[in-house]
Design a protein around this ligand. Sequence first.
Ligand code: NAD
Length: 584
Amino acid sequence: MTLRDARERRVRTGGVELCVAELGDPEQPTVVLVHGYPDSKEVWSEVAARLADRFHVVLYDVRGHGRSTAPRPLRGGFTLAKLTDDFLAVVDAVSPDRPVHLVGHDWGSVQAWEFVTVARTEGRIASFTSISGPSLDHFGHWIGARVKRPTPRRVGQLLGQGAKSWYVYLLHTPVLPELAWRGPLGKRWPKMLERVERVPGGDYPTGSLPSDAAHGAWLYRDNVRARLRRPRPDAYAHAPVQLITPQGDAFLSERLYDDLDRWVPQLTRRTLPARHWVPRTRPDQVAAWIEEFVTSVAGGRPAPAATGRHADRFAGQLVLVTGAGSGIGRATAFAFAEAGARVIAVDRDAEAAARTAELARLAGAAGAWSEPADVSDEQAMEKLAEKVHHEHGVLDVLVNNAGIGLSGSFFATTADDWRKVLDVNLWGVIHGCRLFGARMAERGQGGHIVNIASAAAYQPSRALPAYSTSKAAVLMLSECLRAELASQGIGVTAVCPGFVNTDITSTARFTGVDEAEQERRRQRSARLYGLRNYPPEKVATAVLDAVIGNKAVVPVTPEARAARLLSRVAPGLLRRIARVEPRL
Ligand code: NAD
């Protein structure tokens, strides 16, 4: 179903006529989508089409936008009180008997915050999903609190948001914005959206853009200064709220929502790697979250605030982990699953990957799939990337974890041994970064790549020349890629664990010795790792924290941290330790 199939009606209110479109079965719960600035209801067309199977979807052009008429005079015609009148008039027309589920983006969300926090709409709103548009009252209090107690961090937050609000100051100047929008800016805007925000072209924005933008300047002039100066003291939400925050929003800082729990008794937080225009760039994810939230509220169930740690950050995100059939990879897949992510478990051991996916589902994943693939096989990885992109879309997080161990002196390591370890440990990571990272970059909405290196990457050792070289290469690859992708909002992290109790010891190879000796060494190192007993779950936690904090290099385990420190302050000492022959 598309907006072209929509039923249209006109609703008169306060001297204007609003153009209202409806999709889907009116018997189903009603979802009202409110657009922002400079937009018209068409910004929602992709999301509306995805929701129309399950819900009665209602969109309207805000006064002065799209095919709704503008108030005369314009000045004073866009106050939040009048916008609330409009909303109530639309709701009276489309859902007179049942409260609606409200969704707002940008200024649609700013005004919807007003709707959900004033008394006269009580009982008319069942839930509110807010995307990229804060309550002006909450914003006013946020500023007030920081001005009153200006710690360096809080001043930084104020300055950060102040810099992102440059366009708000411009919109307060008289006439200029109107001239710009009706002139060159209006013409160039669609291309700018495509280039800067990576909004796909097509039937959006519509031809009404210049006049939408010119009229909409009054949204700012009629409300912003007055509200920020005198925010209402009682702007409490009277319906459950789902807050969706794009991490790469050029106009709003994530910190703006730090104090939100104070105003919203039932708050569900969602974050996604994306820029500002998520209704256009991430319609699948946005529609899925709206559906999940509305369904839970309509069904009387508690809001789906996923239970796991970091659910606010990863719920619904698409995460692929290689080497997910065992050890660190499996634990990482579970940690993302517990946070409500959609998880793709990849391993050359198909059964082990399938088991991880099965358990991930039980752990709370929003979806879990397994894919058998050998990361060192370029063609297999190409096929895997094609399949994943086709069936699930672009990854939000990629964890290149698959790796193998190899121990033995340099001269005991054959060319074939070198090839095997580099093929998996280095080329596996290169294939993953190339094939999945390219699509992440092309999407232009950000994301994160985690490469599991090792403390061996910066700690030389006479016993692990090939393994350490492969991991040092992964560390440097991660650093280079991080530099290259920073401007696209894609983070890259190298995680460097020390000794972690996994199966790696039982599969690692020891060169230059016969089978029996090799088996003996495996067993002995497995025993030593067992005694050290550092659980892979702790590495998984570090992986999630690294993504959230966008960290560059993360040593995990005390010995890995100590070696990292030594490599900086006393590399000579580390070199001497490297000469010690380990007794296995
Ligand atoms: P593990 O042996 O328990 O798990 C590795 C998984 O990767 C296995 O399921 C295996 O089937 C899979 N795998 C191996 N080669 C593959 C390939 N070519 N294609 C697809 N899958 C493949 O080992 P682990 O300890 O969990 O190791 C995970 C990563 O952590 C590795 O990169 C390893 O080098 C690194 N690491 C481990 C330790 C440690 O002490 N365990 C320390 C530092 C770094």
